[in-house]
Design a binder for this molecule. Sequence first.
Ligand code: HEM
Length: 415
Amino acid sequence: MEIAITPPTDRRFAVSLFSRLRTAKGQANPFPIYGELRSRGGVVAAPWGGHLVTAFDLCDQVLRSRDWLEPDARWREQQGDGTRWTAPSSREMSRTLPALNPPDHTWVRRSAGMFDRASLEQLSGTVGHITTRLLDSLAERLHEGEADFNALVGEELPVATIGHWLGLPTADFPRLRDLTHDQVFTQELLPSASQLAKSDAATAELRTYFTDLVRERRARPGDDPVSRWITVWDDMESDRDKADEAVYYLALFVLLAALETTSTLLSTMTLLLLEHPRQWDWLTVHPELVPAAVEESLRYDPPTHVISRVSSRDGVLGGVEVRKDEMVHLMVGAANRDPAKHEDPELFNLHRKPAHLAFSGGIHYCLGAPLARMEAQTLLHQLVRRFPRLTLVRRPSWAPRVAFRRLLNLDVALS
Ligand code: HEM
């Protein structure tokens, strides 16, 4: 039985810590700031209410326990009008899969039926071809001098993969990618009013795009996931409009979930290896370590640094009282470097087989993890084979986010 002790709340400390985290400098290296946070305990009061959790085992426990819920539509409405939770983009997100709780979550997740072995195998050839084409254009640029890997490859492979899978026109890819960058603000830790406005506008445009897509696929079904979701939902829901709405939310969320996260993984992984040239060299002669290098990148600096949950009842977490409906922010970027979990956590080491929370855990475990891993492994295999002399020209810059990492460039050259 745990003993409830409420620690002294040092809100000023947490406020200064978050203002530092929200700067470009803080995002270029948030880990010393996480270290300061961890030194205050595994669970620390957040300045705006709720708690910040940095201990790996506590984050893992929250993700796996049925006592903790997603901030769903009911919870968001309770926060009141005029809060970020009732912004149009937040209301829209509250209807997507990761904002649902059981029992709704259970049947929507089942209906999504994403990447089994057969569908992944089907996609692997396509991912291989897209990767080769993108690396051809990288080679051309490198022939002339330096190249922005993030723009040429990191940002391109995920949208081309998901666009192909969903059967979307290539001409739409740049617009969809830009919209997902804007939309993510409503999912950020502390969005500003102007960021929320951007997210609201992007969400409205994406709604039009995907409701049109569902309408087209209902009229002319094909061999694609949207057409399959329509068939699945027609069996589950007698009201056609409600079935179409459910399919719209699946298609919308898949796009939002798949693009920025995977781009960040591809560029971060490449950066980390180029910053550790001995491990890069090792990989060029031991490509069998490619999967391990992807996992270590996901541990060391995951694309998503914060996952949030709310408590379903009054209770205690890591010795700290948490009331019903209070929010906890699982600082998974920090938890992945918890010294209680990993030996020498600040060391990037592709020889470990790390446990990490990059894809969450429990019932919301990322449905796209097999695809993200396949893209990263395919890219890395081709990269070490074709560009063993790749080097970093300068450290990149990051967007000043907190929860969703985003590299703005990754300038590379051949040595
Ligand atoms: C490196 C790339 C990716 C990362 C780091 C990532 C991360 C995550 C995380 C942390 C969650 C759980 C959020 C929570 O627990 O509240 C999640 C959920 C989800 N992801 Fe991913 N994701 C990635 C790629 C993808 C891709 C490529 C797809 C689809 C093609 C995808 C589809 C989903 C879906 C549908 C969910 C919701 C699952 C549920 O709530 O049951 N993700 N992802």
